[in-house]
Design a protein around this ligand. Structure first.
Ligand code: NOJ
Length: 485
């Protein structure tokens, strides 16, 4: 199926934290390979591997030093090939992350002083880094280079034809190895407004910002995707690309999607929405409207490696499961983040000295709490994990949850199995009390975000938590129903 991605469930693997086959405390590709049976049982259609390329890991691998090799901590190219072969044998597609906005400062181009491939100037402008502080760092001869992220992530100069040729070749390298798609990091970056105009503010920037800024969402970025799309289309089997593009409006996002550009873009609105019937309904309506403008089904995300896990964000496991069951009923594709199927919370009490997120030092905010390694067994299953795993996670481990019908893991498995029976691009809202969402998409979905139980009518397919003794839907619970009509 060439457009397999339209309603796919894609499971994001953060390789460093997923599974460790070598026993060195850092997850690796053989670890992922060893868990493919687990992922197949879970029922995912594809995995998206966050970067595993050669890297100093200054930004968890989003600082790439060699785009055509595997960091020794994650394994080898042979491991990668074996992983793809095994995944494909199980019917699981493989998406890899591509990081074209910046390289690592350990990349040979930067090390060798190929300044024309980066953005060097005699004077900095007023741009701020997403990770806090100025977006410019001075080198020994007095020049400054641009880094929208960490100083160890110099921005590439996409006006340079060598940069463009290099990335076309990198795409082919991984397509030749059988990957089914790419997740494009900072897909709205890369091209900067001519002359690098000042923004006129010293305040730091957010990724999701309505501001019209000269370093994001520039028209020229679309030329790059028009160069890339024929490459993807020249390979058989439905190769795709999904953009991480934080842009101001559905109309701007729509420009990234289409037969001559990319297949999908992440819709982060659902992830950013506060918990509640009205907030979720508004976002769903907006997202579906956006999908109509874009001409491709939307994507849904509740957690990833950049935001606090949704158990913690929404305040409880019950709420997280309710939100998940709502998400999985919606048309489009769903991106899951490793560990959410175990109901893992954000780890809030990591000692500061163990935090590795480069943003932490500059902003005090850290994404490490959602990157803690996954517990596989009651004794956690890791030797010296790169971030400490809370001992209490033994009870959240796969071993502890497997076979327990009330567990979050079995809940995800059941939801993904039933989801295969859903179809249709639209949802119909049904009348419901305030704090309750009710919609139909073949099945009927009811979510209670209020404080009192509500009656429901129909045959229960799956509920995100126990129903009341009288069959009512308790607070913070979602149910899938087969109803008369
Ligand atoms: C977005 C990635 O998801 C994030 O983890 C990374 O820090 C930035 N892009 C920079 O590459």
């Amino acid at each position: 199926m060439l457009d397999w991605w339209r309603d796919a469930v894609v499971y994001q693997v953060y390789p460093r934290s997923f599974a460790d086959a070598s026993g060195d405390g850092v997850g690796d590709l053989q670890g992922v390979r060893g868990k493919l049976g687990y992922l197949s049982d879970l029922g995912v259609d594809a995995i998206w591997l966050s970067p595993f390329y050669t890297s100093p890991l200054a930004d968890g691998g989003y600082d790439v030093a060699d785009y055509r090799d595997v960091d020794p901590r994650f394994g080898t190219l042979a491991d990668f090939d074996a992983l793809v072969a095994d995944a494909h044998a199980l019917g699981i597609r493989v998406i890899v992350d591509i990081v074209p906005n910046h390289t690592s400062s350990a990349h040979p181009w930067f090390r060798d002083g190929l300044r024309e491939r980066y953005i060097f100037r005699d004077e900095p402008n007023d741009w701020q880094s997403i990770f806090g502080g100025p977006a410019w760092t001075q080198v020994s001869d007095g020049q400054w280079y641009l880094h929208l992220f960490d100083p160890s992530q110099p921005d590439l100069n996409w006006d340079n034809p060598d940069v463009r040729a290099e990335f076309r070749d990198i795409l082919r390298f991984w397509l030749d190895r059988g990957v089914d798609g790419f997740r494009i990091d900072v897909a709205h970056g890369m091209v900067k407004a001519a002359g690098l105009p000042s923004v006129g503010t010293a305040s730091s920037v957010e990724m999701l910002d309505d501001a019209d800024v000269p370093y994001f969402d520039q028209d020229g970025v679309h030329d790059i995707y028009r160069e890339w799309r024929p490459i993807l289309d020249s390979y058989p089997g439905g190769r795709m690309a999904v953009a991480e593009a934080w842009v101001a409006s559905p109309e701007r996002l729509a420009r990234y999607i289409g037969p001559d550009e990319l297949h999908q873009a992440f819709n982060f609105e659902f992830m950013m929405a506060s918990y509640g019937a009205k907030s979720f309904r508004d976002v769903i309506d907006k997202s579906l409207a956006e999908a109509r403008v874009v001409g491709a089904p939307t994507t849904w995300v509740l957690s990833n490696h950049d935001k606090p896990r949704h158990v913690t964000r929404h305040g409880s496991l019950a709420r997280a499961r309710a939100a998940t069951l709502l998400m999985l009923a919606l048309p489009g594709s769903a991106y899951l983040y490793n560990g959410e199927e175990l109901g893992l919370p954000e780890v809030l009490d990591l000692p500061d000295e163990l935090r590795e997120d480069p943003a932490f030092l500059r902003t005090g905010e850290s994404r490490d709490g959602c990157r803690v390694p996954l517990p596989w067994t009651r004794d956690l299953g890791w030797t010296n994990p790169w971030l400490p795993i809370p001992a209490s996670w033994g009870e959240l481990s796969v071993e502890a949850q497997e076979g327990d019908p009330g567990s979050t893991l079995e809940f995800y498995r059941a939801a993904l199995r039933l989801r295969r029976g859903l179809s249709g691009d639209e949802v119909t809202w049904l009348d419901s009390p305030k704090d309750v969402l009710a919609m139909r998409r073949g099945i009927t979905v009811v979510m209670n975000t209020g404080e009192t139980p509500v009656p429901i009518d129909g045959q229960v397919l799956l509920a995100s938590g126990p129903l009341g003794a009288d069959g009512s839907l308790p607070p913070d619970t979602t149910v899938w129903l087969v109803t008369g009509e």
